[in-house]
Design a protein around this ligand. Structure first.
Ligand code: MG
Length: 335
């Protein structure tokens, strides 16, 4: 059985995972955490990855108890993501491929999330809600592609949550979204917010401006506490996502729904999706933070699927790209 190592670093996590026949042998990761109120800037994030990539690589090999001699292919994130961080990781992956003469595979990050979700849950052809800091898409497999049925027309839902956490100066440790989720649990009053669904697409930027304005002009004694604002934000954006996901399920006649991406470990989102699924006799497949949040194993798993169909990337094509749509990849391993 082939052993694949996967390198991920498209945003603020650097992760390296090793997979053999669907078994995760190791999957260490390190997150670049900025002070409250600050996001992560590409150049500084790239420096973080440069600092951590070798220690993480050593940890991945040690935990898996293997050497490079036993690795059959190297998978790396080709895109989408931030340029500097992507290049940092690609350079190391390409160098290792050259030194050890191992085939290299450029992986679409979104496909990585999908393949990891399919591996961990066993869902075969679900409707997929992919929600993270950089991406928001409703996806289903059809005719050798992961087709996009709906998506954000501006910012990603995770970006909306992260940026609101910055306004409230919430900690970025372990993630801003996690801290919004905790604060939202104390919320009691639902503030009506702009609910923006356009056909199968969603929009979050106007909603974010609205609630940012509300928080910036927040006064003590306001009927809506900061917890209420987090609660209202979550309830609104998740309801928008559930609506379009349900429509995709109805269209596809699908009884399975899978949530992937960093926002996918939000338990309130999972609860809302579970309720919608039950009401229509469908089943929710969800995964925890180890595999939902960006990690190396998901890139290894997508690489393994590609490798099983003989797909590798010639050295001259081992570049990175900030824009790389989910439906640009020909998927030959699902049917
Ligand atoms: Mg991601």
């Amino acid at each position: 059985m082939p052993t694949i190592i996967g390198f991920e670093g498209s945003a603020n996590k650097i992760g390296i995972g090793i997979i053999r026949d669907g078994e995760v042998l190791s999957n260490p990761r390190h997150t670049y955490i900025t002070p409250p109120g600050e996001g992560f800037i590409p150049r500084e994030t790239a420096r973080h990855h440069q600092k951590w990539i070798m220690p993480i690589l050593e940890e991945a090999l040690q935990k898996a108890k293997i050497t490079f001699k036993e690795i059959d292919a190297i998978a790396y994130t080709k895109g989408p993501g931030m340029g500097g961080p992507l290049v940092t990781v690609a350079v190391v992956a390409r160098t290792l491929s050259q030194i050890f003469n191992i085939p290299i595979i450029g992986v679409n990050h979104c496909v990585g999330h999908i393949e990891m979700g399919r591996l961990i849950t066993g869902a075969n052809k679900p409707v997929i809600l992919y929600v993270s800091g950089g991406n928001t898409q409703v996806i289903a497999y059809s005719q050798n592609r992961y087709q996009i049925f709906g998506e954000t027309i501006d910012i990603a839902v995770g970006n909306c949550l992260d940026r609101f956490a910055r306004v409230l100066k919430l900690s970025n440790d372990p993630s801003p979204g996690y801290n919004i989720e905790q604060l939202a649990k104390e919320g009691k009053h639902l503030l009506e917010l702009p609910y923006i669904v356009k056909g199968m697409d969603v929009s979050f930027s106007g909603l974010l401006s609205f609630i940012e304005d509300r928080a910036n002009n927040w006064l003590k004694g306001d009927k809506y506490s900061k917890a209420d604002l987090c609660f209202s934000l979550q309830e609104t954006v998740f309801a928008m996502l559930i609506e379009v996901t349900e429509r995709a399920m109805a269209h596809c006649g699908s009884d399975d729904v899978l949530i992937v991406g960093g926002v996918g470990c939000n338990l309130r989102l999972q609860q809302m999706m579970d309720q919608m699924s039950r009401e229509r006799g469908a089943k929710l497949y969800a995964i925890d933070e180890r595999y939902c949040i960006d990690n190396g194993a998901m890139i290894a798993q997508a690489g393994a699927a590609m490798f099983s169909k003989g797909i590798t990337t010639p050295l001259s094509k081992t570049w990175c790209t900030q824009r790389y749509r989910t439906d640009a990849v020909e998927v030959t391993w699902v049917d």
